[in-house]
Design a protein around this ligand. Structure first.
Ligand code: HEM
Length: 512
């Protein structure tokens, strides 16, 4: 059967033209800089550097004093100004916030999340932020999140790791952590444990759909809007998977909401409020006139909750364990700090599990996590639109209609921002001289949780979850990256590992 033209020829053209131009360009200039290429702008550059994309951008920013411009093909709106200058970041994200919204282009790139807090601007964003801030600071919700996290670690993660230690064979700990975080996310959002960690069923369709959409979003950022919209219509290339992925997410979220509607709100005189859904289910604004069907906005809002909670924590934890596994000195520091807590912590079968509350004042553990997020931020690039012409503190002009990109990944690796040892994993940089306190580091320099009015609303929850997992693994197990396993980054708007993280574990103090 003949393949349709679009499926056969278009992808070849998309691949071959950039390759041709890339070779021509390398021969003529032999430079790293992604200049304005004939016809295709920066696209060949992205294609050629896809295996080390963030590191390449980092090298260019280091060579261009933290700022450069890049263009897409003429006639498109791909006019980018890239900066990782902390003063510019402060100006864009805080001081002149109103001039730098997310913009319509950003919203359309994230399709299914259009209109939710993640993509909205102005009043629509402000109202959602106020409501979500209220929800995420309820003491009962925080209490049940802590208990849920502790129980998952005690009854799920630790027994599984113990089994892997006994088996002594390499396994993918990124997949295991992904299941753990998925369970914790669904528990916090919908109040139900999907038990993905314990059943270990092969690919989780909902998580796979979320990953697919984030990879598609990266692709959409990188090509002209018309190009991805045509591909979407023809259902080719990365756009092929979008409809199916969106359907999986819609159906999952709708199912969870209907299940709760059928069960009724469990109350004991007041709203139970132990999960996020409890705060929306009784509000008629989110249902049709008959009160039976959730509105499209409610479905999108809950897909957004799944993404906002699962993606960044699920991406960050494997990097934390990778950094610990490759820095035994830091593991010793974490264990030393845990010693006084261990005497109070609960222990079963020789394994120690920590309450998030017990860990909140541990500065070295917190520094170890911040340091991992500095080098491997879950969101490697921030994007802003420019409303009116402006001059940035660096002296660069930006023009209405341009896009500002802030490579957060690169910012964490700039000598002028973090010093000569910026590429080293060194938690001590976060601590005071005597190691007793955390140093103040402005959020416009450490951008992993964003800065300014749109900073992350779940930072405390995320840190509590991650400290709990990292402490339990570091105290109870020695983790070693499996021989020959190469850690690579996926090209996605979320900084995940491409081929997982293959490790071997053994119980602390035991020989292999
Ligand atoms: C390691 C974990 C996390 C990291 C690194 C992280 C990072 C971020 C970043 C960079 C943003 C800004 C995104 C943007 O506007 O482009 C953000 C926003 C947000 N985060 Fe997080 N996040 C994490 C976990 C969480 C969790 C667990 C929750 C909820 C419990 C959460 C809730 C939110 C919300 C609601 C926003 C939207 C804020 C707004 O636009 O006003 N995050 N987060």
């Amino acid at each position: 059967m003949a393949l349709p033209f679009a499926q056969l020829v278009l992808p070849s053209v998309v691949l071959l033209i950039p390759l041709y131009l890339y070779i021509k360009y390398r021969r003529s200039k032999n430079s790293l800089f992604p200049a304005d290429w004939p016809i295709l702008g920066v696209l060949p550059f992205i294609a050629a550097n896809r295996h080390c994309f963030h590191d390449t951008i980092t090298s260019i920013l280091a060579a261009t004093n933290l700022n450069f411009r890049a263009y897409g093909p003429p006639g498109t709106n791909m006019r980018f100004f890239l900066t990782c200058d902390p003063d510019n970041v402060r100006h864009i994200f805080t001081k002149n916030f109103a001039n730098y919204p997310k913009g319509d282009e950003f919203a359309s790139v994230f399709g299914l999340l259009e209109g939710t807090i993640f993509t909205a601007d102005g009043e629509a964003w402000r109202q959602q932020r106020a409501r979500i801030h209220h929800v995420l600071t309820r003491p009962r919700l925080l209490g049940s999140t802590s208990r849920g996290c502790r129980d998952k670690v005690a009854r799920g993660l630790i027994p599984l790791l113990s089994r892997m230690a006994l088996a002594g064979t390499p396994f993918d700990i990124e997949d295991m952590l992904g299941r753990l975080v998925f369970d914790m996310t669904v528990m916090l959002v919908f109040g139900e444990d999907p038990c993905c960690l314990s059943t270990s069923k092969p690919p989780m369709p909902v998580a796979t759909a979320m990953d697919a959409l984030m990879e598609v979003a990266f692709f959409r950022h990188a090509v002209p809007t018309l190009c991805w919209k045509v591909m979407r219509r023809l259902r080719i290339g990365p756009e092929r998977s979008v409809d199916a992925a969106e359907a999986v997410l819609r159906s999952f979220v709708a199912g969870e909401i209907r299940r709760r509607m059928a069960a009724g709100q469990q109350t004991d005189g007041e709203v139970a409020a132990v999960d996020i859904l409890s705060h929306y289910i009784d509000d008629p604004d989110f249902f049709d006139d008959a009160g039976r069907e959730p509105t499209d906005f409610l479905l999108k809002t809950f897909i957004n909750f799944m993404v906002a909670l699962r993606d960044p924590v699920g991406a960050a934890l494997p990097w934390v364990l990778y950094n610990l596994a490759t820095h035994p000195r830091v593991v010793s520091g974490v264990r030393e700090e845990l010693v006084p807590v261990v005497s109070r912590a609960s222990s079963a079968a020789g394994m120690v599990v920590f309450e998030p509350e017990e860990l909140k004042d541990l500065v070295y553990l917190r520094a170890a996590l911040f340091e991992s997020l500095r080098l491997f931020p879950s969101g490697p690039i921030e994007r802003k639109a420019v409303i009116a012409d402006d001059v940035l503190p660096s002296g660069h002009k930006v023009h209405a209609g341009e896009t500002v990109l802030v490579p957060v990944y690169s910012m964490g690796r700039m000598e002028s921002v973090w010093g000569g040892d910026c590429r080293e994993y060194r938690p001590e940089r976060w601590l005071s001289e005597d190691g007793a306190r955390l140093r103040f580091v402005p959020s416009y320099k450490f951008l992993s949780f964003n800065t300014g009015p749109r900073s992350c609303l779940g930072k405390n929850i995320a840190m509590a979850q991650m400290m709990s997992v990292a402490a339990a693994v570091a105290w109870n197990f020695d983790v070693e990256v499996a021989e020959g396993h190469a850690v690579e980054q996926k090209l996605s708007v979320v900084l995940q590992m491409k081929n997982g993280l293959m490790v071997k574990v053994k119980k602390t103090g035991e020989c292999v």
